[in-house]
Design a protein around this ligand. Structure first.
Ligand code: G3H
Ligand code: ZN
Length: 305
């Protein structure tokens, strides 16, 4: 095998194993356009850390399922860099199959709003079908309630009743055969206005993360991480989180960069002369999060192995 292809040939599973063994986390950032993809890729390359980009059903409908897959693949191959693509929050099997066939590395199969038994039944069927199509693909399942919408919310939903229970997590993982689990541990999709203003932060239930990890012994993804307290994120990673999803902070940085470009270059019409301001704004946000996620060094036993 050509040496220059060594890194990109590493599988996503291998990256997660190494990440967990190092006691750090991989950053996952949602994208809706080439500008955001460029910023996430450059930030990860500057720090030399693996990265995952995510595209939800709405995001990939906008970009094109095959088109976003081709873009990420082209970066991975041309730069020999570990960048991977996740079909985030996929609510139907047909949409999951479409993403798998298009070459996505990971599918978050999310039917978490269904009753637990039905969630187990549908997720198990999705795992079987997707692995049948692409044995290398990773499939994530989700239990509990973390709200929806990577947007700015007026008020927080009451998520206390939807927190993930460690015994249920173990049952879900055993019965479905998922590769990764998205639990509800105080996290919530989107940010409150007070979080955008920097007055409040999300707080996490670290003991619950530790207990779920001990029971379910599986890679865990923290969704809804925008606006989370930095120390809670560090503690969550030390307690068993291997991947952290950020979207609302990315969207905010995109909007702020665009506002700034429109204000400072009012007569400019050339996109490639304006959009670097958006890329810079995005890179600042993504780099800060990647630095935090990769700063822990507590060695954890690779309990899932
Ligand atoms: O799947 C996407 C994430 O969970 C994003 O959540 O918008 O709160 O960062 P967030
Ligand atoms: Zn999410």
């Amino acid at each position: 095998m050509n040496q220059s292809r060594k890194v990109y040939m590493q599988t996503l599973r291998k990256i997660l194993e190494q990440t967990e063994a190092n006691g750090v986390a991989v950053g996952h950032f949602n994208i809706s356009d080439l500008v955001t993809l460029k910023a996430v890729f450059e930030a990860a390359r500057d720090l030399n850390v693996p990265v995952i980009v995510g595209a939800s059903e709405g995001e990939r409908q906008f970009m094109g399922v095959r088109q976003v897959s081709a873009l990420v693949k082209s970066l991975r191959e041309e730069y020999d860099f570990p960048i991977f693509l996740n079909a985030d929050h996929t609510h139907s099997l047909s949409s999951a199959i479409e993403a798998a066939k298009a070459g996505f590395d990971w599918i978050v199969f999310d039917v978490s709003t269904l009753p637990f038994e039905e969630n187990v039944r549908q997720t198990k069927a999705a795992v079987e079908t997707l692995k049948g199509l692409r044995p290398d693909i990773l499939v994530e399942g989700e239990i509990g309630d973390i709200g929806s919408g990577s947007e700015i919310h007026d008020a927080a939903p009451d998520l206390r009743k939807g927190l993930t229970n460690p015994a249920e997590a173990k049952q879900f993982v055993t019965e479905t055969g998922v590769d990764t689990l998205a639990p509800a541990v105080g996290n919530m999709h989107g940010m409150l206005k007070s979080m955008v203003a920097g007055e409040t932060r999300k707080r996490l239930d670290i003991e619950r993360i530790r207990a779920i990890k001990a029971e379910a012994r599986i890679f865990m993804t923290l969704h809804g991480a925008s606006g989370t307290d930095d120390n809670d994120l560090r503690a969550a990673i030390a307690a068993g989180i291997t991947v952290v999803h950020i979207n609302t902070e990315v969207r905010l940085a995109w909007r702020r960069g665009l506002d700034s470009a429109l204000t400072t270059q009012p007569d400019e019409i050339v996109p490639y002369k304006m959009l670097p301001q958006v890329v810079d704004s995005l890179k600042r946000t993504v780099s800060a999060r990647l630095e935090l996620f990769s700063s822990g060094r507590r060695a954890r036993p690779a309990s899932h192995l």
